[in-house]
Design a protein around this ligand. Structure first.
Ligand code: DQA
Length: 145
């Protein structure tokens, strides 16, 4: 099984960026945690981050063409704006889990909309960076997990 783990804008600044919302763990530490978890579970992961919406669309399409079994995505602020990301996930029909480190449900009104959510098999919200590991387990477990 191989999974693509995608992070959107400003998530490369984890550890620096608003630690009250996103914690003190750096993006590099998050990657180490994801890779250790994936290796424990026996799945291959490709982790990518971009500040550009089109890169995320390209990588979702690549996940399809390269035969990935699932996608974990934290689209960052594009969660609340991007119909292109929604369409990309709908287009490829790869099981996709949306992750948010912070509890967006308890934040500003503009964070209450998630366009991509409608195309995702699950959303893991407000569990900190552990949410990425839960998302991996959710994809390994399939629809019933
Ligand atoms: C986020 C929440 C978004 O509202 C925000 O724009 C982010 C990070 C999260 O992980 O909590 O960039 O997706």
């Amino acid at each position: 099984m191989k999974l693509m783990i995608l992070n959107g804008p400003n998530l490369n600044l984890l550890g620096i960026r608003e630690p009250a919302h996103y914690g003190k763990e750096t993006y590099e530490q998050l990657l180490e945690k994801i890779e250790a978890h994936a290796s424990l579970r026996g799945v291959a992961v490709t982790c990518r981050q971009s500040n550009h919406e089109g890169d995320l669309v390209d990588w979702i399409q690549e996940a399809y063409f390269e035969g990935y079994d699932g996608v974990v995505i934290n689209p960052g602020a594009y969660t609340h704006t991007s119909i292109a990301l929604l369409d990309a996930v709908k287009s490829v029909s790869i099981p996709t889990v949306e992750v948010h480190i912070s509890n967006v449900k308890e934040r500003e009104d503009f964070r209450q909309i998630s366009y991509i959510r409608a195309a995702c098999v699950d959303s893991i919200i407000g569990h900190g960076t552990a949410g990425y590991l839960e998302a991996i387990d959710r994809l390994i477990g399939g629809e019933e997990a």
